[in-house]
Design a protein around this ligand. Structure first.
Ligand code: F6R
Length: 612
């Protein structure tokens, strides 16, 4: 989603901003812009399109100045266009603003400002904000900082903001509510960004701004206050990300790199948390709340997208091994319901980014109910991780491809560890089975590596079906969520319409779609539901459908049933989602490449969905 980068110091800001915008491209965007300041007023360049279009626009233009801000926009209010791209200036040109988030009362504010004589050049809520700040500044004769704070008290919605006032050059004003903003601390310079990516090559010292904080930043000083003028003490943290983590290396795309990283990312997820002998799991992040977890009467998991699919796998694992009832909720629905939640509940938010607006709102929704709130996040220091009582980091490493892959397998790994641990503590999981599961988990990385070796074959299958108009993914039990995930991956990056279904549900509707042009993926591993799934495969074949089976190595019968078979190694049923999803990720990737799609930045999608 939208990205912000800004700089204040003594270097030339332009190359820092351009590189920063490139580092933010993975978030998804449709226009880009920068504003540069050299003490004599701002130069603003912005356009619809990509950062390279912006670079072409500024070629031969003046790009001096050691203060600047840049933005990648993902359209919410108004189409992608030059006029709607950020930065936005106020009507009299006193303020320049870049903004992530949504100002919900912008219609009301816009008409109020229009009545007061303000005109607008764009359709954006951000321009409304720029004019609101200017109006307060002119009417009340206050400092730029106070004008920003007063204006923001009138705003309903979410914002990460960087603002420059032409009357007060040499400083940037930043503010956050609901949309993340990170400040990188250098020597005589500061960097600002919507995530740490543009900052890590300059400094590892960062400050995560909190909601309703406003910072005034000059090359030598940072003053932090809340909206109501109370002074806040910035907390400087060290981040461990390095620039090598954000390179594609030998791979053509970040998504492919991340698919291939899974043997390592899953290992990182359980490393140091699972004892070698398989008899112990230690999750440091939830130790303090363990008694409450063991006593929990119900688990509610809130998430969106791929994280929601991981949550569904978690449902199977928690119910089977910890014998606790589980409800999996779309965070976007849960937040607006009137859910019945009390102190007997454990509410888990799963989010790769930890910044998804709906997931964050869902976890805030249950604050004060007495329920224990846990986060399962990949990004350290993210909002979900800071707003929950405890949690477990997935440690998958930075995920740049918009289509989530390694985050999914790491989320499942965390959920599996939690379910096995709770099962053991609640005495619902016998010691020998617990040991078998834990040992099985430690073997998953080498098995994933084995599945990845079949990439050439999966690519061939992808080429066979690359022109299919539709695809169906069927699974049962713990593999049903994997069917959903396979369909999501395919539609996201190849734009082929795909649906995931519980295999038995096919008869209740989707079977009408089956014909010889429709590839049907059947997740048919040798588990307790195999015979049932094999029956569903026959139903598809009887109607002329093409079946690609994901089956367990050693199953010879399936070759007579399916058109193509991709094998995964034999493993414990509980762990099979970690293996079965790999061929589906690779299939989606190779179909998308064959169709000439932009794999890492699929159209209309954003990596971190910070608006609802
Ligand atoms: C799909 C995908 C999205 C995210 C969803 C939630 O490939 O990446 O569906 O899973 O937007 O994001 P997080 O996990 O960051 O809350």
């Amino acid at each position: 989603m939208c990205g912000i980068v800004a700089y204040v110091g003594d270097r030339t800001a332009y190359p820092i901003l351009i590189k920063g915008l490139q580092r933010l491209e993975y978030r998804g965007y449709d226009s880009a812009g920068i504003a540069l300041f050299n003490g004599e007023g701002a130069r603003v360049y912005k356009c619809k399109g990509k950062v390279k279009d912006l670079q072409a626009l500024v070629r031969d233009k003046e790009v001096g100045g050691s203060i600047g801000m840049g933005h990648t926009r993902w359209a919410t209010h108004g189409e992608p266009s030059d006029a709607n791209a950020h930065p936005h200036a106020s009507m009299h040109g006193t303020f320049h603003v870049v903004h992530n988030g949504i100002i919900e009362n912008h219609v009301h504010l816009r008409s109020e400002l229009a009545r007061r004589g303000y005109a607008f050049r764009s359709e954006t809520d951000t321009e409304v904000l720029a004019n609101l700040i200017e109006d307060v500044y002119r009417e009340q004769g206050v400092s730029a900082e106070l004008a920003v704070r007063l204006a923001l008290t009138r705003v309903v919605g979410a914002y990460g903001l960087v603002i420059l006032c032409e009357d007060e050059p040499g400083r940037l004003i930043a503010a956050r509510k609901g949309s993340p903003l990170v400040i990188g601390v250098g020597e005589g310079e500061y960097f600002l960004a919507s995530d740490a990516m543009p900052i890590i090559e300059y400094t590892d010292r960062v400050i995560y701004m909190n909601d309703e904080e406003v910072a005034v930043i000059t090359p030598d000083a940072l003053d932090l206050k809340d909206l109501y003028n109370d002074v806040k003490t910035p907390e400087i943290k060290t981040i461990k990300l390095s620039i090598e983590n954000v390179d594609k290396g030998e791979f053509a795309h970040f998504m492919l790199k991340e698919i291939h990283e899974q043997p390592f990312s899953v290992t990182d997820t359980f490393r140091g948390r699972v004892a070698a002998g398989g008899d112990k799991i230690v999750l440091g992040g939830i130790l303090d709340v363990m008694p409450r977890l063991v006593e929990a009467r119900r688990v509610i998991i809130v998430a969106c997208g791929t994280s929601w699919h991981a949550a569904l796998v978690g449902e199977y694992l928690f119910e089977k091994y910890a014998r606790v009832p589980v409800e999996v909720e779309y965070a976007s629905e849960f937040r607006y319901r009137d859910p019945i939640v009390d102190e007997g509940d454990l509410v888990i938010a799963i989010s790769q980014s930890g910044e998804t607006a709906d997931t964050l709102a869902a976890i805030r929704r249950v604050k004060g109910t007495g329920a224990t709130r846990l986060g399962i996040c990949n990004v350290a220091g993210s909002s979900v991780s800071r707003e929950t009582d405890a949690g477990v980091y997935t440690r998958a490493g930075i995920e740049i491809g918009v289509a989530s892959t390694k985050a999914f397998t790491s989320q499942i790994t965390v959920l599996a560890m939690m379910a096995f641990l709770l099962g053991s503590k609640r005495r619902t999981l016998p010691a020998d089975e617990y040991r078998e599961l834990v040992t099985g988990l430690t073997r998953v990385p080498e098995m994933i590596a084995g599945v990845l070796e079949q990439e050439a074959k999966i690519k061939e299958i992808a080429h066979l079906y690359k022109d299919a108009p539709n695809a169906l993914f069927l699974g049962r039990g713990i593999l049903f969520p994997v069917a959903l995930e396979g369909a999501l991956k395919l539609k996201e990056i190849s734009y082929i319409h795909a649906e995931g279904y519980p295999a038995a549900e096919m008869k209740h509707g989707p079977i009408a779609l089956v014909d010889e042009r429709m590839p049907v993926f059947a997740l048919a591993t040798s588990d307790h539901l195999y015979e049932k799934t094999a029956g569903n495969i026959q139903e598809v074949k009887a109607r002329g459908g093409k079946v690609i089976a994901i089956a367990t190595r050693g199953n010879e019968e399936i070759r007579g049933l399916a058109d193509q078979v991709i094998e995964i190694p034999p493993c414990h049923e509980a762990l099979s989602p970690l293996l079965a999803v790999i061929p589906l990720q690779l299939f989606a990737y190779h179909v998308a490449v064959a169709r000439g799609c932009n794999v890492d930045q699929p159209r209309n999608l954003a990596k971190s969905v910070t608006v609802e």
